[in-house]
Design a protein around this ligand. Structure first.
Ligand code: HEM
Length: 135
């Protein structure tokens, strides 16, 4: 469970990301494929239409931090679709690392240890919901 301070940190930093969502998405795929080239073949060759997808879901999660009853089934269905994309449970930490690397790049000095912890906790909850359905 995220505590109130973590929720506030996520909402405040997401505001900075949301004004440059496409760029953030592009940086995310850049980092993901640079750090973990082994996941590149899972994605289509042309990922130009891809860059918003993860970020949009993250935005949905940020706006439903206090509504887990709405968020969890949406992410569970997403996780089930991901099994169909060939995504394995062990891929989730790689995406999490690429996400945190992207946030660090975009937020700069605003990416404090507390901010990292809060985003890591949110991502962990998303993965929990995604994987539980895929099992
Ligand atoms: C909680 C973490 C994740 C979120 C929120 C997320 C979000 C999304 C969204 C919204 C889509 C669009 C299609 C759909 O809604 O079904 C998508 C597609 C996809 N994601 Fe994820 N994803 C996550 C984790 C991962 C992981 C760990 C991988 C594996 C490296 C991955 C690989 C893919 C692939 C291969 C597609 C389909 C690409 C295509 O064929 O167009 N995702 N993701």
């Amino acid at each position: 469970m995220l505590d109130e301070q973590q929720k506030t940190l996520i909402q405040d930093t997401y505001r900075q990301i949301s004004i440059q969502l496409i760029a953030t998405g592009q940086r995310f795929y850049h980092h993901l494929f640079r750090l973990y080239p082994q996941v590149r073949p899972l994605f289509p060759d042309d990922i130009s239409g891809q860059s918003m997808k993860l970020m949009q879901t993250i935005g949905f999660a940020v706006s439903h931090l206090n509504s887990p009853d709405i968020l969890r089934p949406v992410v569970a269905a997403l996780g089930a679709r991901h099994s169909g994309y060939g995504v394995q449970p062990e891929h989730y930490p790689l995406v999490g690392e690429a996400l945190l690397t992207t946030l660090e790049e975009i937020l700069g000095s605003g990416f404090t240890p507390e901010v990292r912890g809060a985003w890591g906790a949110l991502y962990g909850e998303l993965v929990d919901a995604a994987i539980s359905s895929a099992a």
